[in-house]
Structure formats: structure tokens, C-alpha cells
Design a protein around this ligand. Structure first.
Ligand code: NAD
Length: 354
């Protein structure tokens, strides 16, 4: 497939290949769609096996950012960048400064943030060359740790799901099974505990499990058993592909609502969940709290305002559920429709010829 065919397949506007002789930088920036605003998205550093793999990954990830921003009602487009290299071996301050100069050359059409393989320190280096960086430390006037807001957003989206299924958004007395007690999962457990939910948890790290048991009275189960726990809500906060042909028959929940990306192994598993009467909160809708928070930096960060906007993930999930019912499609397809509706509304009609 030619590069332009691949851009067309992903609906991507622009791609920039960046090469710097002195530092060995090889990076790709994908500006997927700027209909709703500048393209914001993280910079991933990864030792891709081939250049084709890197191109496909940056296109796929940038499209995801466009959809996520659109369903969240943000005045932002979607973009992403990748640096080809091993984050443990190939980093240098000069490499990130060289990358920053490329970001700067885009004049604000692309705003970079950290992602897998990059750190706040790397972003500081990028920032020495361009102002178009988001996701800085709170101490430097930035929006701080995104996982706090991701957890808040998951809670808001979970409330919308529980209301749809049980008639009340309250999580008091509900059993929530949380897979993964990392940055988001642990914070989510704390919020759920404060709401009076009953927690069942699993993590590969025994210390993380012990902390949740000690602090929140959670019941611990083995990682292999968490997906089949009888519960009201299953909250995947660890890995992707949690819902697959192999796991579907074992799920014993009414709602799937967590922070993990790519929860469905394949799109068709959204339909399969619906057939089983399980309400699925699409990943990029419910886990947008971090993006919503970081986007506040573009207008001068204000934590109170960010919290208010993240709470609206409740409305976004409600919206998706309504579209799902209106159009008779699973919620994952409904989320894509909502994103495309917002993008369509944002596109100005072409001026009449002549
Ligand atoms: P993290 O790395 O801090 O935590 C993940 C936790 O999952 C770890 O404690 C790990 O031990 C555990 N884990 C891994 N495999 C497991 C398994 N098989 N069973 C049980 N536990 C397992 O990551 P995080 O930042 O908390 O993010 C969690 C998920 O949410 C990821 O999929 C991430 O992509 C997604 N997400 C995170 C954010 C954010 O703000 N951090 C935003 C959007 C999406």
C-alpha cells in the first residue's frame, strides 16, 4: 500500500517524517484531523521492527485521538508522534531537542505530550525548543498527573452505565471488580470505596493488592480469576483485549467500564457484549479524563474547571448509550458515530462555486 493510500485508509490529513543526522532522530508525526482544533497527542518512543509498523501505529493512534477529543466535546483535533528507538538505550537530551524543533516547525498544528516510552523530563527538553507541549508537571504550571483525572472520569462514566442498567447512578452497595491497581486502578478503588462500593481486586503485584485490601477492605482474587468474578461492574484498568472470544463466556458482570485502552479484542466483541446484555462503556469515551485535563493547559490550567469537564464524561457515556439505542448499534459503534457526527458538524460547507 502506498503512503497516500494508507493516509486515506486512516483518514489522516498530514504526516511528517523527521530525520536529524546529528542525533540519529527518526520520528513520525501524524496530524490526523484538525477540524475541531489543533491536533494534540502523545509522543511514543518504541523500538519498532520496521518503518511500516511505525507508520501504521502512528496513524492508528492519531485517529484514536481525533475520536477521543471529538466525543469529549473538546476543541481539539487528533495527532500522535512516534520516535523510532529504544527508550532505555537511544535517548539523549539533544534527540528530544531536535524533535522539539520539528514540532515547532508545525506552528501549533500539533501539540505534543508524553506517552509510552517518554517522560516529563523528555518533554521539558522538547519544550526548550517549542511552546507546543502539554502535560507538564503541576510545579511548572502544568496539569500534573493525568491518572487522577482518568480515574475521576471512569467513575463518572461508570455512574452513567449503572444508572442505565439499575435505574440509579449510585455505586453504593454495588460490587465492582477492578483488574489492575496501578496509577488509575488504585485511585479508582479509592473513589469507589468512598462511594460505598464493594471491591474485588486483582493485580500481578502482591504489594498493590495488599494495599487495596488494607485501605479499602477489598476482596483479593488471583489475576486469572478477576474477569469471571460475579459483579455489577467489571473495571479493566490493566491491559487491552480483555473482552475476547476466550473471555466472553466467563464474564459475570452487567457493565464493563474501566480505563484500559482497546478493551475489545476486536470491534465485533462490542456486538457480542450487547447480545449478552452487558453494557459496555467504550474505552476512549470513559478514559478521556487525562486528555480533558491536559487540554486545559492550552487556555491556562485551572484544576476546578478541569474537574468539572471531566465529570461530563457522565454525559458523554449517556449520549453514546442513547445513540446505541436510537440506531440499534452496539455502544462501541455508537461512540464512533458520535465522533463522526461532531466532526461532520465542525466541517464548514464548501463555498458555492462561482
Ligand atoms: P499502570 O501501569 O500504572 O497500572 C497497570 C496495573 O495493571 C499494574 O499495577 C500491573 O501490575 C497491573 N496488571 C498488568 N497485567 C495484569 C493482569 N493480567 N491482571 C491484573 N493486573 C495486571 O497503568 P495505568 O496508568 O494505571 O493505566 C491502566 C490502563 O488505563 C492502561 O491500559 C492505560 O493505557 C489506560 N489509560 C491510562 C490513563 C492514565 O491516565 N494513566 C489514561 C487513559 C488510559
Amino acid at each position: 500500500m502506498s503512503i497516500f493510500e494508507e493516509l486515506a485508509e486512516f483518514g489522516c490529513e498530514q504526516i511528517l517524517f523527521c530525520r536529524d543526522e546529528a542525533t540519529g532522530l527518526r520520528a513520525i508525526v501524524a496530524i490526523h484531523d484538525t477540524t475541531l482544533g489543533p491536533a494534540l497527542g502523545g509522543c511514543r518512543m518504541w523500538p519498532y521492527g520496521t518503518e511500516e509498523e511505525a507508520v501504521t501505529d502512528v496513524l492508528r493512534l492519531s485517529r484514536g485521538m481525533t475520536y477521543k477529543a471529538a466525543v469529549s466535546g473538546l476543541a481539539l483535533g487528533g495527532g500522535k508522534s512516534v520516535i523510532i528507538g529504544d527508550p532505555d538505550r537511544d535517548k539523549s537530551p539533544e534527540l528530544f531537542r531536535a524533535f522539539g524543533r520539528f514540532v515547532d516547525s508545525l506552528g501549533g498544528r500539533y501539540i505534543v505530550a508524553e506517552d509510552v516510552g517518554t517522560t516529563p523530563e523528555d518533554m521539558e527538553r522538547v519544550r526548550s525548543e517549542t511552546p507546543h507541549v502539554a502535560g507538564l508537571d503541576a510545579a511548572r504550571g502544568g496539569s500534573g498527573d493525568p491518572s487522577v483525572f482518568t480515574a475521576l472520569g471512569v467513575l463518572a462514566g461508570m455512574r452513567a452505565c449503572v444508572e442505565e442498567v439499575y435505574g440509579s447512578p449510585s455505586l453504593e452497595g454495588r460490587t465492582v471488580a477492578v483488574q489492575g491497581l496501578g496509577h488509575v486502578g488504585y485511585r479508582l478503588c479509592r473513589l469507589l470505596h468512598e462511594e460505598g462500593a464493594r471491591l474485588v481486586v486483582a493485580d500481578l503485584r502482591p504489594d498493590a493488592v495488599a494495599r487495596a485490601v488494607g485501605e479499602f477492605g477489598a476482596e483479593a482474587v488471583e489475576p486469572a480469576g478477576i474477569l469471571s468474578v460475579p459483579c455489577d461492574v467489571l473495571a479493566p484498568c490493566a491491559l487491552g483485549a480483555v473482552v475476547s472470544d476466550a473471555t466472553l463466556p466467563h464474564l459475570r458482570c452487567s457493565v464493563v467500564a474501566g480505563s484500559a485502552n482497546n478493551v475489545l479484542a476486536e470491534g465485533r466483541h462490542g456486538e457480542a457484549l450487547r447480545d449478552r446484555g452487558i453494557l459496555y462503556a467504550p474505552d476512549y469515551v470513559i478514559n478521556a479524563g487525562g486528555l480533558i485535563n491536559v487540554s486545559g493547559e492550552l487556555e491556562g490550567y485551572d484544576e476546578g474547571r478541569a474537574r468539572g469537564r471531566v465529570a461530563r464524561i457522565y454525559d458523554s457515556v449517556k449520549n453514546v448509550v442513547e445513540i446505541s439505542k436510537r440506531d440499534g448499534v452496539p455502544t462501541n459503534a455508537a461512540a464512533d458515530r458520535l465522533a463522526l457526527e461532531r466532526l461532520g458538524a465542525g466541517r464548514r460547507p464548501l463555498a458555492a462555486a462561482g
